[in-house]
Structure formats: C-alpha cells, structure tokens
Design a protein around this ligand. Structure first.
Ligand SMILES: Nc1ncnc2c1ncn2[C@@H]1O[C@H](COP(=O)(O)OP(=O)(O)OP(=O)(O)O)[C@@H](O)[C@H]1O
Ligand SMILES: [Mg+2]
Length: 261
C-alpha cells in the first residue's frame, strides 16, 4: 500500500509565510484535487511536498518514510511531476524526451536503456497513441501536445506518486477529458497516488476522488466533490458563489455574469 502523509507543513518565501500548517493524508488509487484562488500556495505546496523547497517545519512521509531520509535517487523513482510552467525549449525529439523518463531506473549508465525500459516506453507510446509525434521536435509542439507528452513521460517514469500542476490548462475540452481519463485509468490500474492542482471545478468534480480547498496557507476543506462543492464553501474560497447543478450524482457549477438574474 502506497501512502503520502503531510503533517503541519510550513513554508515561507523569505519572511512571507505561504504554507501555514498543511495536513494531508492520501492512500493509493486516489486522485486528489488541490483547488483555491490564484496565489494561495498550491504550486508551492506541491514543490514543498516533493522536496524541491526546504520546508520551515512539519513532516512529509512517503510510504511511512520521512522525506528527509529518502535519497534523491530513490525519490526520483517514486515521484513524477508535471509542472505548471515547464520549459519547452528542448532540442530533443519526442521519443528521446520520453526515454528520459527511464533515467532514474537505469542500472548501467554505460549501457543506457535495457530491453525492459524500452518495452515500458513502447507500451506507453501505444497506450497514449503518441506514435505520430515521436520524430517531432519537442520545441515545435503546441502547448497542449506537449502536456500530453509530459503525461507519457510521467507514466514511463513509473513513479508511484504523480504530481500535476494545472496539466490541462492548455488542453481543449476533448483533450482535457482524454488526459484526465487516461490519468485516472492509470492511477486505478497501477494503484498510484495522484495529486492535481486544477482550477476547473467541473473537471475536478468529475475526476477527483477528493477535493482539497486551500485558503490562508491551509487546507480548509477536504472531502468528496459532491459533499464539498457547495455555495457557502465556494463563497468562502473564491469570494464568488455560482449556481450549483447536479447531474447523475455529480455536481457542476454554472458561472454567470454579475448582472444576470
Ligand atoms: N519564488 C518565489 N519567491 C517569492 N514569492 C513567491 C515565489 N513563488 C511564488 N511566490 C508567491 O507565493 C504565493 C503562492 O504562490 P503559488 O505559486 O504557490 O500560488 P498558486 O496557488 O499556485 O497560484 P496560481 O493559481 O496562480 O498558480 C504567491 O503570492 C506568489 O506570488
Ligand atoms: Mg500555481
């Protein structure tokens, strides 16, 4: 059983405290959404949990082991990250870029990828229908195409925790749904943990097992989408209270212009 536990996590940029005691406990096979207004600390939270930023205080436990005691090599096998602002200015073609996902697993650096590594790369290419992109230069891909390649690289890496920071922000509705379907399928199939920062409440409602709303440096509400998507909670988090509709047991918000009835 894979697990991730965050206890009383605090982090500051200089004197500006952004995370003020975040608590979170996740089991495998779940996709958890982190939502909240711009600048509330969602990206900072992901980066601190992953150890990119050194926490002021608190604890992160991955499979019950303290993050501080996990070596960089071990960590790079365990976690995969799809960032909000990835530099796409990469000279590799897509196949070369995807193969980089196996680097944490390479046993003999002089030999490079072995048969097993190549099988994993090929399987993901097939599963995600990436065949037509392989010889394209990463730098020439559209933003949305690149986000799909990043998902492929994350699967190839076979991390047990996948962190995603607004991965569908550049995707059209069809590709966003496709991306999230594939993500959730993989999480359930391989019993992974998924943590996704996502602004679209309706997509979060459709795909996330749980939603965490962040405010004032903390997770102030956590629960199943249908229990937590409520007018008063949205008002508290965003200062905006949209109409909420329910369809097939899923809640959706209906944005309205301020002068509409
Ligand atoms: N490197 C940095 N140095 C100083 N302040 C920073 C830095 N990165 C982020 N901040 C500030 O910390 C706060 C939290 O930023 P963060 O990027 O975590 O927000 P976010 O919730 O991900 O927002 P968004 O929804 O806009 O992506 C913001 O006020 C931001 O301006
Ligand atoms: Mg962010």
């Amino acid at each position: 059983m894979k697990s991730l536990k965050v206890e009383n996590l605090e982090y500051s940029y200089g004197k500006n405290k952004i995370l003020k005691g975040v608590n979170l406990s996740l089991d495998s096979g779940e996709l958890v959404g982190i939502l909240g207004s711009n600048g509330c600390g969602k990206s900072t939270l992901l980066k601190t949990i992953m150890g990119f930023y050194k926490m002021d205080s608190g604890k992160v436990l991955i499979d019950e082991k303290n993050l501080k005691d996990i070596s960089l090599g071990e960590l790079s096998k365990k976690i995969a990250f799809i960032t909000q602002s990835t530099n796409q200015n990469i000279e590799f073609n897509v196949l070369e870029f995807l193969r980089l996902g196996r680097i944490p697993h390479i046993k003999n650096p002089f030999k490079g990828l072995d048969v097993n590594d190549n099988n994993i790369v090929n399987q993901v290419i097939k599963d995600l229908n990436l065949e037509n992109y392989l010889s394209r230069k990463v730098v020439n891909l559209s933003g949305g195409e690149f986000q799909r390649i990043l998902l492929g690289k994350a699967f190839i890496q076979e991390g047990e925790i996948i962190f995603l920071d607004e991965p569908t922000s550049a995707l059209d509705i069809n590709h966003a749904l496709d991306f999230l379907e594939r993500l959730i399928f993989k999480i359930k199939e391989s019993d992974l943990i998924g943590i996704i920062v996502i602004h679209d409440i309706n997509l979060a409602s459709l795909f996330c097992d749980k939603i965490c709303f962040m405010k004032d440096g903390k997770i102030t509400y956590i629960g199943k989408p249908k229990d937590i998507i409520k007018k008063d909670i949205l008002e508290d988090i965003y200062g905006y209270s949209p109409e909420i509709i329910e369809n097939a047991n899923t809640k959706y918000i209906l944005p309205k212009r301020s002068n509409d009835d």
